[in-house]
Design a protein around this ligand. Sequence first.
Ligand SMILES: [Zn+2]
Ligand SMILES: [Zn+2]
Length: 384
Amino acid sequence: MEAPRNIRTKAYVVQGKGNPFTLCDVVLDEVQPNEVLVEIWYTGICHTDVVAQHGGMPLGGYPAVLGHEGAGVVRWTGSAMRDKSLKPGDAVLLSFHSCRQCRFCLEGRCGTCPHMTETNFIRSARQGTGAESPISLLDGTKVHGQFFGQSSMSKLAVVTEASVIKVDARPEDLRTLPPLGCGYLTGAGTVFNVIKPQPQDSVAVVGIGAVGIAAMLAAKSLGVRQVIAIDVVEAKLKLASSLGATHIINSAAEPDLHAALQALIPGGPDKIIDTTGVVGVLEASVKALAHGGTLALVGIPSPTATLRINALDLLLSCKRVIGVIEGAADPHILIPKLLKLYRDGKFPVDCLAKVYPAELLSKAIADLQSGLIIKPILSWQDCN
Ligand SMILES: [Zn+2]
Ligand SMILES: [Zn+2]
């Protein structure tokens, strides 16, 4: 059977840097042998989409279709798929693209793949095949596509095989779970793959969004006894407490984070995960860390942010500061693991999500930015 081509669908297009997301008709060209045509049911909205919309990350160009927490159903698989078992009708979660050939990918640390920026932001993952982005406007204008291998702010998407994770679920069960492909994977992966806390460790999480809560829940699942949640929004701290944080710090009320952490944990936390990327917070976190402690940098700092760290202090205190992308995870391994934790009641993320009809993207983003909703998710089902 011939591969589908010239498929017309609806997608959110950002026409230029800083322009709004506009829902319009686009055309998807022929599905390549190592690609999957996915009918998107749900798309999680992540801060990175908004950052890329405004040019805060390197992006191949505009117009662009963003979206990188897709969930849906396979409609077609290419002829050269590595996983021959993937077939139309399968429910899938979509995650970032990784080359799956470099040392890092082969060791299961795909988030650390050195080609991450290039193949998720700069070019479509198709570059190896010589093909351009699969998306065009109706007048033939090329649209930057396969953002994170998927560009899933779209009713249908041509997705690179590496981004497709088959899950044992009905598609409707994935309603609150698209962030398993990015936000939840990032937080949980940072705990499981990078900071690897012991039960006797204290773990502080700065910034209680989707990534921070996932990190907290992952630490709890490992039996970590002291989990400190830090944010400036009281409602988020309440939520963190209800999900098992043993201590909370409202850093709007206690701006000296170093002092607040020292007061709570004499000697300082063993591990800190920062999801904010704010320089002052990062510097306070390095200071507050316990001897031999680790600070994992997960949030996106501004491109000009520079950390002032005293190198001798760092040496003598044996502290580690480490950048972590996508939880240094292999999504094909971590997503099924998180789905199992979720089903076992140890990763209760349903309470973070609110589902909006796809037409209400701007409301969803406003609610994310105001802190009202931790994880907005678009549903494409009634979008025609
Ligand atoms: Zn790689
Ligand atoms: Zn993301």
